[in-house]
Design a protein around this ligand. Structure first.
Ligand code: FES
Length: 339
């Protein structure tokens, strides 16, 4: 059976293609029109190097001039020498245009449901039809063309990819925004929405360490996609989700989050409300004030943060002041359009 492989690039584009059992990865990439830069094709020059982000693989020959033992420990690999043993994802530190590769797909989906799920959030369900499942990595996003307008907005997938080809997106409802107004006033089952996907370099990597997931507002969407993946595939590591909102009424998908405790052994969840009413009895303030220090000091851990820029920046600077060198940070800042 073929393996499904993803190549993601420094410009945020991701390309998917099938690889035959025992096939050299470079051969499969070239066959699928992805012209990875190369020179020797013998594992010596290092030109075709990338890094394996998830999945199992082996390499035939790696010259020490091409990759050091430290590089190999960091899962760097040579495309011309690699054979994948499972579905896998690789990252290349250059733009996809260097490979003459085409960009994300343009697709059309049908709205199957739209529902308000907190004071400030709606969930939108799209069905892409059965023709061919959309490939994406849990945590990536799509750019949606808002029906009846020329405006596009980006939203993270709130689910993992699957054969049913159903997509979910959390949408922040603004008092007066193009997407918000469409969702509140016109959106209904049967609407067609054009989208461009997959996009983004924020996605779940190979899990070898405890995970700390940090969501601000509708940044939860990308992390729900990752949690669905962890629940489905298993991860063998503890997972702690921190979810911060301004008011308790903004919290959404709480039953779904709590249900991960049944599906992911070692799952914990902490909600933090920055500006709560007197009735809120949970954690107050900012997420970094409530990090479990023992969890972080028992590093190494992988931390995934998705939220508005000020929240991501505050967590980055908090990590720096704490000198937590064992925390590997992946983050996505989403800038919410105010119109
Ligand atoms: S092309 Fe030279 S190492 Fe792969």
């Amino acid at each position: 059976m073929n393996h499904k492989v993803a190549f993601s690039f420094a410009d945020g584009k991701t390309l998917f293609f099938p690889v035959q059992p025992n096939e050299i990865l470079l051969d499969a990439a070239l066959r699928n029109g992805i012209n990875i830069p190369l020179d020797c094709r013998e594992g010596v020059c290092g030109t075709c190097q990338g890094r394996c982000e998830s999945g199992d693989y082996s390499q035939d020959y790696v010259d020490e001039e091409a990759l050091s033992s430290q590089d190999l420990q960091q899962r760097k690999m040579l495309t011309c020498q690699t054979r994948v043993k499972s579905d896998a994802a690789f990252y290349f530190d250059f733009a996809s245009s260097l490979c003459n590769a085409s960009g994300p797909e343009q697709l059309s989906g049908t709205v199957t449901e739209v529902r308000q799920i907190s004071a400030s959030t709606a969930i939108l369900y799209l069905d892409l039809g059965a023709a061919r499942p959309l490939d994406f990595l849990p945590g990536q996003y799509a750019r949606l063309l808002i029906p009846g307008t020329a405006s596009k907005r980006s939203y993270s997938f709130a689910n993992r990819p699957g054969a049913r080809n159903q997509l979910q997106f959390l949408i922040r409802l603004l008092p007066d925004g193009v997407m918000s107004n469409y969702i509140r006033e016109r959106c209904k089952a049967g609407d067609e929405i054009v989208l461009e996907a997959p996009l983004g370099a924020f996605y779940l990597r190979h899990v070898t360490k405890p995970l700390i997931l940090v969501a601000g507002g509708t940044g939860l969407s990308a992390l729900l996609g990752m949690l669905d993946e962890l629940a489905e595939r298993g991860c063998g590591q503890p997972v702690h989700l921190y979810y911060g909102v301004r008011d308790a009424a903004d919290l959404c998908e709480r039953a779904r989050i709590e249900a991960y405790a049944e599906r992911i052994p070692g799952f914990r969840y902490t909600a933090v409300v920055s500006d709560p009413s007197a009735q809120w009895t949970g954690k107050r303030g900012y997420i970094a004030e409530h990090f479990d220090a023992s969890e972080l000091r028992d590093a190494p851990v992988d931390m995934y943060v998705c939220g508005p820029p000020p929240m991501v920046e505050s967590i980055k600077s908090w990590l720096q002041t704490q000198a937590l060198d064992g925390v590997h940070l992946y983050y996505e800042k989403f800038t919410e359009s105010n119109i």
